[in-house]
Design a protein. Structure first.
Length: 260
């Protein structure tokens, strides 16, 4: 992943991570403790040691910026995600999706954030959580009283996507054929995400012979797919079912009894 993240983006990310760590932990001692939690080392013999990065010290204090610059891109990205720093150059749709759901759908937002934070360390867990966040978003939209469909409970992601696309009537004759094709593709993507969760993660229990997703690069693809589709569905919902305007009544309007 170090080769995937450009040096220009890493330079920018180092500064953001540097500033955020100092904002969070404030003292040299706590900053050092935090960085050490990311530090991994293995000793084979006195002349053969491996570590994922060097902790650079200046006298008795950590030189945080030099330490961060010495990290591989993947370690830097893990720390950025842990600190809640948006990484739009690498995961472009995530910041937009987070902002779109954080006020309206708190549970969806929290589940989605947990998914992001587990992308590197537990890729299969991240897929399951992202799938759950996507399901929850669709369920929240379908709660709208103006939507006629009533869920029975236990609907899969594929079924939920079927229901909401049908409710939005995206495949009607007024839509161009390309839009209908995209609608079909959304169903296929939802089904693939659901199958990955069920068949390639530990969510439903697996044996040692089963193939599990262990490389985070695939999870980034899945999470980006979910955020892109989620943004589209939420935007289409807001356009098709705009929030009712609350009329603010002025209690003093047309009041002839006012003493002035």
């Amino acid at each position: 992943m170090n080769d995937i993240i450009s040096p220009k983006f890493q330079m920018k990310l180092v500064q953001e991570v540097h500033d955020k760590i100092w904002e969070e932990f404030t003292t040299y001692k706590d900053v050092l403790f935090y960085v050490k939690k990311w530090h991994k080392t293995e000793w084979y013999d006195i002349n053969n040691q491996w570590q994922n990065f060097d902790i650079i010290m200046n006298m008795h204090n950590i030189d945080l910026k030099s330490t961060l610059h010495g990290m591989k891109g993947e370690d830097l990205l893990k720390i950025a995600i842990d600190l809640g720093i948006d990484t739009p150059d690498f995961i472009p749709s995530i910041p937009t999706f987070k902002n779109a759901i954080k006020d309206e759908y708190e549970n969806v937002h929290d589940t989605f954030i947990k998914a992001i934070k587990n992308i590197e360390n537990e890729p299969d867990l991240a897929i399951g959580l992202a799938n759950s966040a996507f399901e929850s978003l669709i369920k929240e939209i379908l709660k709208d009283e103006r939507i006629s469909v009533k869920l029975k409970g236990g609907e899969t992601l594929y079924k939920l996507t079927q229901i909401i696309l049908k409710e939005f009537n995206i495949s009607n004759d007024n839509f161009p054929i390309e839009a209908k094709t995209i609608s079909t593709s959304l169903l296929a993507i939802s089904q693939s995400i659901e199958k990955l969760r069920s068949e390639k993660t530990n969510f439903h229990g697996k044996t040692k012979e089963d193939i599990l997703i262990s490389d985070s690069i695939y999870v980034y693809l899945i999470v980006n797919s979910i955020t892109t589709i989620g943004l589209f569905l939420n935007s289409f919902y807001e356009k098709k079912f705009p929030k009712p305007q609350i009329e603010i009544v002025n209690p003093f309007e047309d009041d002839d009894d006012l003493p002035f």
